[in-house]
Design a protein around this ligand. Sequence first.
Ligand code: MN
Ligand code: MN
Length: 301
Amino acid sequence: MGARPPGFADANAPAEGAEFGILGVPYDATSSFRSGSRAAPNAVRDASWNFETYLLSHDVDLTDIPIHDWGNIEDFARPEDMQGAVKEAVTAILIQGSFPVVIGGEHSLSPAVVSALKGAGAGGVGGFGIIVLDAHMDFRDQYLNIPQSHACATRRMGELAGFESIVPIGVRSVSREEMDEINDDMRGRFRFITADDVRQNGMTVSVNKALGLVGRDRIFLSLDIDCIDPAFAPGTGTPEPFGLTALDVREAIRILAPRLVGFDIVEIAPNYDNGNTAALGARLIREVIAAVHAARRKPIG
Ligand code: MN
Ligand code: MN
C-alpha cells in the first residue's frame, strides 16, 4: 500500500459548516469477551479508501459533500470519562450544524451520543427516537458491576430517551434476567424486533414497524455491527450466529435516512477481522452519508 492521507476518505472539508462530522472513539475497556474495537476507528478509515467516491445508487459523489473528520478522542480507562469526552466532541460537531457520524469503539459510547443530541435539542419539539441494530438486547442494569458497560447500552439509552422511544432490531441474544425485567418491570413500554422477525417479515416491514413503535419523526441510529451475521461481519467481539445480512442493514439505512439526526457504528474488532468487517463498516458509513445527503433534497416520505 502506498501512502494515503489520514482520515476518512473524502472527508476534505473544514469543521466549520461541514454537513457531516466524523468522530473516532478508540475505546473498548468494558469489553469482557474479546476486546479490540479500540483499533476500529483507524481500521475503518483505512478501509474507506477502497471505495469509489461516486455512489451509483444515490447518484452522489462524496467529494461534493462537505465532510470533516474530527479524528479520535483520546484514550480513557473509565467508561464515564470516555462518555464525557464523546458528549463534548459530539456537541462540538452539532454546534457546527453537522450530522454526527461516530465510529467506535464499543457500544458504551452510544449513550453519550444520545446525551449530546438531547442537549442540542435534536429532533426539535418532538424530540427523537432511537433505533438500535444489535444481536444483543444490551438491557442489563449493570454488567460485572459496571453500569456503563457495553452490555448495558440500550438500557442506558432508554433511560435517556424514554423506553417507549427506543427499539432494537435484530435481537437474538438476551439473558433470562433481562427478559424478566422487560416483561415484569417494563410492562410493554420497551419493545424489540428479533432477527427471526426480520427474516420472516423482511427489513422494510420491520423498520416501519419499529418507526410506528418509536412514534417519533426523527431517529438516532445506533449500529452494533454484530447485528449482522458473522458470515458477513466476522470482526466483532461477540459474534452471534443467525443474524441480519449486510443488505438488510443497507435497507434499514435507506428507509431511515430522511429521519436521521445522527449515526454511530460500534463493536468492529479488527483483530478478529479478515478485513471485510472494516470494509463493510466503511461502506455503511458512506451509505449513511450519501443517503442522508440525498434525502435532504426531498421531504420525508
Ligand atoms: Mn450492543
Ligand atoms: Mn451486540
